[in-house]
Design a protein around this ligand. Structure first.
Ligand code: PMP
Length: 343
């Protein structure tokens, strides 16, 4: 049934005032298909205006920099990102009249680059090899850019406390209200760790028994105990890192689950097909972890899974059968059917 007209319908002054208040949606097929009895809800952060959770923190970090007097008209924001903060910063900056230079690894999708460019920001790509702090990695590249552009401010989501604070103040409050305070477990990935830290801290204040499950891809180094981690390449974008970001408070996590690319990306396809949730890579990783973590929960318990971005960022990746086949994530079809392969 369509929603009735609401007294809350209104005109927004600009796109930034539509950030937040994202839907919390019950998953009706996937949990039972995987033998899970409890309720699993998806917090659909991909329904933010730029398509991810990062709109919340971009606005907060820009407005804090303005208040501190560091960001002035005509200045350039230099932004390290795995893509979504780049998109959100480009959008926020364009509305507020600033320019951005987005610094992002070659690993991240072409789709993200195209959105950033269309929002009027510049992009600098850095090589995957050598890591984030290697000679040509994201952070040394930013140091070089700072010298080239005199009127700049680095908006660094990995160290900026505005990142976890935006999630503590707003995202966590939304979750508490949407669940009417009834919530047993939160399953959430960590990139900067800002969302995990801000939301977990606030939820634990109201719900001391809640379990916080951190999701970290195989190949990333964020999980604890350290014996879970083995450094290497992983396909999932947005979560996982080769260093521990300052804004990530790992003491808030009750336990970590490592995600496997093949399972995560097949799960994205399942969430899209079965539940109609047009989510992105990290959502699949989070959902796989939620199914594992919820295995022993009962019908009366409730889990929230955090869905960070959307299918739009990956139209040439997990959506494409050939891309999945090339990585052995789905079986290769019979060669006699090759003519209809999705190219
Ligand atoms: N999912 C996606 C798709 C993301 O882009 C990010 C941020 N990189 C996250 C999850 C994790 O968010 P955070 O940086 O707050 O840990």
């Amino acid at each position: 049934m369509l929603k009735g007209l609401s007294s809350k319908l209104k005109i927004d002054d600009n796109i930034l005032s539509t950030i937040g208040n994202t839907p919390m949606v019950r998953l009706n097929k996937v949990p039972s298909k995987h033998g899970v009895k409890c309720e699993i809800l998806g917090k659909c952060e991909y329904q933010n205006p730029s398509g991810s959770l990062k709109d919340r923190i971009s606005l907060r970090m820009i407005e804090n920099a303005e208040k501190r007097g560091e960001l002035k008209p005509g200045y350039v924001c230099i932004v390290p990102t795995s893509g979504n903060t780049g998109i959100s910063m480009a959008l926020t900056a364009s509305i507020k009249g600033y320019k951005c230079i987005i610094v992002m690894s070659e690993k991240m999708s072409k789709e993200k680059e195209r959105v950033i460019k269309s929002l009027g920001s510049e992009i600098v790509r850095t090589p995957v090899s050598g890591g984030s702090h290697g000679l040509n990695g994201i952070f040394p590249t930013i140091e070089r850019l700072k010298k080239i552009h005199p009127n700049n401010v680095v908006i660094n989501q990995y160290t900026d406390l505005g990142n976890p604070e935006a999630h503590y103040d707003v995202t966590a409050e939304e979750i508490l209200e949407q669940c009417s305070g009834k919530l047993d477990m939160l399953v959430i990935g960590a990139g900067t760790g800002g969302a995990l830290t801000g939301i977990a801290k606030r939820l634990k204040e109201s719900l001391p028994n809640i379990k916080i499950v951190g999701v970290d891809p195989e190949g990333s180094m964020l999980a604890q105990p350290e014996t879970l981690n083995k450094s290497g390449f992983f396909e999932v974008e947005g979560i996982g890192h080769d260093f521990i970001p300052k804004v990530l408070d790992r003491s808030l996590v009750d336990f970590w689950i490592k995600s496997v690319d093949k399972d995560a990306l097949n799960m994205c396809r399942e969430l899209i097909k079965e539940e109609g949730l047009l989510c992105g890579m990290s959502s699949g990783a989070v959902m796989c972890a939620a199914l594992k973590a919820a295995k022993n929960l009962n019908e009366n318990q409730r889990v929230v899974a955090f869905f960070g971005d959307s299918i739009r960022n990956y139209m040439t990746k997990f959506m494409v059968d050939n891309w999945m086949i090339a990585r052995d994530y789905i079986p290769c079809p019979n060669t006699k059917n090759l003519w209809w392969w999705d190219k």
